[in-house]
Ligand binder design. Structure first.
Ligand code: ZN
Ligand code: ZN
Length: 150
């Protein structure tokens, strides 16, 4: 009888996919992964389609699904097109952008003033009686105000 018998058997412990410092007893794995997923929201871990406790990075998962010990029990997943998606949705913590905030906007700026000035010229009724022209100017002023309410 040896004292070794009472020492923890580290070979039975699993290494947490989120943090390799974590050693998890297999019976606690599901609980631990649920908790760690909340602690590491930016980790791009994907679940093995054969066993939901198999968590790997995207690159490692593509290797894992080929050699997963649970794979043989799921015949339908032998089809190559049943592999998990290559890339999960980005979490959005890292935002890469080439946008230059100092640059001029690419589209030409719409100028409502110059547009309306042009409209005034086109729509100005030459030779109409003064009352009609006054009424027209009133309408145009209202139209101009409405156009500039945004
Ligand atoms: Zn962990
Ligand atoms: Zn697996």
């Amino acid at each position: 009888m040896s004292e070794q018998k009472f020492a923890p058997n580290f070979e039975e412990y699993l290494i947490c996919p989120y943090d390799s410092v974590h050693r998890i007893m297999p019976i606690r794995l599901t609980y631990h992964l649920t908790r760690c997923a909340k602690n590491f929201p930016a980790a791009k871990m994907v679940r093995c389609p054969f066993n939901s406790t198999h968590l790997h990075s995207v690159a490692n998962m593509q290797k894992h699904v080929i050699e997963c010990p649970d794979r043989s029990s799921m015949e339908r997943y032998k089809l190559p097109d049943m592999l998990p998606p290559a890339e999960p949705r980005p979490v959005g913590l890292v935002v890469e952008t080439t946008e230059d905030w100092d640059a001029e906007p690419p589209a030409p700026t719409y100028n409502p003033k110059s547009y309306c000035d042009k409209e005034f010229v086109i729509r100005n009724p030459q030779g109409a009686p003064p009352a009609a022209r006054r009424q027209f100017r009133e309408n145009e002023r209202r139209r101009f105000r409405e156009n500039n309410q945004f």
